[in-house]
Write a protein that binds this ligand. Structure first.
Ligand SMILES: Cc1cc2nc3c(=O)[nH]c(=O)nc-3n(C[C@H](O)[C@H](O)[C@H](O)COP(=O)(O)OP(=O)(O)OC[C@H]3O[C@@H](n4cnc5c(N)ncnc54)[C@H](O)[C@@H]3O)c2cc1C
Length: 444
């Protein structure tokens, strides 16, 4: 037995971990196991990838099966990491259609969480780009599904948090890019309303995201830097400086946090100092677009190994909600007000615009999503419980891939298509043999 957690390192649960090396072996485990869930690279923050009794690591399912350079169509096993896909195909002029904020995620994990990127408003979630999957169902049968074939299974698996079975293989299309650079523009927003309006006005940009100074208060509440970006063309590089190589070198692993920061490094003083400098430097870059490499643009946190240790040994929570556009200004203002006045700084506070979601359990809905990190403390639940209430009343929902603590009431209020998901799940797994700590906690 192993004590396993998600990326937030809280909560930890004892589970047996099995590591099949082939899809056939992974399917055989599904045939007999009870209280079992698949795990990719453990980047979900909470308890989604921890089995009630057994956790099946898919990291051994790491083969890329076929690629068609004419269409960008890639078929790969579910445990293949996004980082490996980018390393293999970006130098050939292809990039994934959707990427989350870290490249250290597996394809199975990206589908099971229907991950969104900075382009959700334009491109949808990762699940929208999947053309076919092979899934090992409870009972061990391996079934192919696509948006046309076994469509109920396909839809329930996209965003289904591993609860329909183990994704053994997936086929999706990479998109052609001329370079590995982005033309990034920085916009300064003086407060939250400005930030939301700037994101909405950037709807035609391929990528957009806002970094929020979550400690700013009063009239500056929600002051932000908005980043919008487009993939740079070869002409863009020539115009900027004829000597830039079209594809930057692949990143090397840099500094790693060597130990759990005692008592955590995240407090009002440290976050306040960081935010002031970050905002000032960012604001100075506002204006014409600048070239930024794909890795720092999409995956800024990946350059610091084990950064989840800076919150100390008790771990941390990420709270990510999405609020419909109509109620977003008021609800997000209330949430930021609670966070900033409670003196509980969030090291990371990110705002993005989302379009509609796909599967019945997919997180995205048309609106604005806010992600906040908080160290685990004795009283953090009081604050986050309040935030959950605001989310519920505004008609929003909380992202299961980040969640470790929301109540069933909040969850059920946020996912109106839950019954459709439960119907598919009951038909596939009448005895409820697939079970994660998250599914048991939320009665899924
Ligand atoms: C720094 C950071 C930034 C992030 N940014 C974003 C972001 O911008 N957008 C976003 O949407 N998410 C984001 N995430 C969350 C992350 O993308 C998701 O949690 C993703 O699911 C993690 O993939 P994983 O392979 O680590 O999966 P795990 O964490 O191991 O598992 C996550 C879920 O997927 C299921 N699963 C994993 N593999 C399989 C499989 N083969 N078959 C069936 N089910 C499977 C698990 O059961 C679990 O329910 C971020 C996470 C981090 C740490």
């Amino acid at each position: 037995m192993t004590a396993l957690s998600g990326w937030g390192r809280w909560p930890r649960h004892e589970t047996e971990v099995l590591s099949p090396e082939t899809p056939a072996r992974a399917a055989a485990i599904q045939a007999t196991a009870d209280g079992v869930i698949a795990r990719g690279n453990g980047r979900a923050y909470g308890d989604a990838a921890v089995g009630e009794r057994i956790t099946v690591s898919t990291r051994g399912l790491d083969r890329m099966r076929s690629f068609d350079p004419a269409t960008g169509r890639l078929t790969a096993e579910g445990g293949v990491l996004l980082a490996d896909v980018i390393a293999a195909f970006l130098p050939r002029g292809f990039f994934p259609p959707v990427v989350p904020g870290t490249k250290f995620v597996s394809l199975g994990g990206m589908i099971a969480s229907d991950v969104h990127g900075k382009n959700h408003h334009r491109a949808g979630g990762f699940g929208d780009h999947v053309e076919e999957m092979l899934i090992a169902l409870p009972g061990g049968d391996v079934v192919a599904c696509s948006p046309e074939r076994n469509a109920d299974l396909f839809d329930a698996t996209v965003g289904g948090m591993g609860l329909t079975g183990t994704i053994l293989e997936a086929t999706f299309r990479l998109m052609p890019v001329q370079t590995g650079w982005l033309r990034r523009r920085t916009i300064v927003a003086d407060d939250l309303d400005d930030a939301i309006d700037a994101l909405a006005a950037s709807a035609r940009s391929t990528y957009s995201v806002a970094w929020i100074d979550c400690l700013a208060r009063g009239e500056a509440l929600g002051r932000s830097l908005i980043y919008t970006a487009e993939h740079a063309t070869e002409d863009d590089l020539d115009e900027a400086d004829g000597t830039i190589a079209p594809f930057p070198d692949l990143p090397k692993r840099g500094f790693a946090v060597p130990f759990d920061a005692p008592g955590g490094m995240i407090n009002r003083a440290s976050v306040g100092a960081f935010n002031a400098v970050y905002y000032r430097r960012g604001a100075a870059r506002a204006g014409p677009p600048e070239l930024v490499g794909w890795d720092p643009f999409f995956f800024p946190l990946d350059s610091i190994g084990d950064w989840n240790r800076i919150y100390g040994s008790r771990g941390f929570l990420q709270h990510q909600c999405v609020i419909p556009a109509a109620t977003a200004h008021a609800a997000l203002g209330t949430i930021l007000e609670r966070i900033s006045s409670g003196g509980r700084p969030s090291f990371l506070a990110v705002l993005k615009q989302l379009g509609p979601g796909r599967g019945p359990l997919s997180f995205p809905m048309e609106g604005f999503t806010l992600a906040l990190d908080m160290p685990v403390t004795d009283d953090v639940e009081g604050l986050l419980g309040d935030v959950d209430r605001v989310v519920r009343e505004a008609g929003g929902r909380i992202y299961l891939a980040k969640d470790a603590r929301q109540s069933r009431e909040t969850f059920e209020a946020g996912y109106p298509r839950l019954d459709a998901f439960r119907d598919v799940r009951r038909a596939l797994d009448p005895d409820g043999r697939i079970a994660s700590r998250l599914s048991r906690r939320l009665g899924l």
